[in-house]
Design a protein around this ligand. Structure first.
Ligand SMILES: [Zn+2]
Length: 93
């Protein structure tokens, strides 16, 4: 039940944001990001949600550092215009 409500909210967020990542404008791999985590009193209000592509979403959560050079499963190269996020590599010279 709750999931049904949630997917409806997500769709409204996507429609509000024009089905574009609000960071890089990507139209693919869209996800809905909670600006404020639910554990931090964030709620499912539309104002608390923003459309991000999987890339920017991961960056938002700081997970790209861990992912290294590996592309997340099922993700295509975001292509031109997408900000390249360069995870810092540990270079020992
Ligand atoms: Zn993006």
């Amino acid at each position: 039940m709750r999931e049904q409500i949630y997917s409806r909210i997500m769709k409204r967020v996507l429609e509000r944001d024009g089905w574009r990542c609000q960071k890089c404008g990507s139209l693919e791999n869209l996800q809905v990001h909670h600006r404020t985590k639910r554990s931090q009193q964030g709620d499912d209000a539309l104002a608390n949600l923003v459309t991000l592509c999987a890339y920017c979403h991961m960056a938002e959560h700081g997970q790209l550092c861990y992912a290294g050079d590996r592309t997340p499963q099922g993700m295509k190269d975001p292509g031109e215009g997408h900000p390249r996020l360069n995870p810092k590599k540990l270079t020992s010279t």
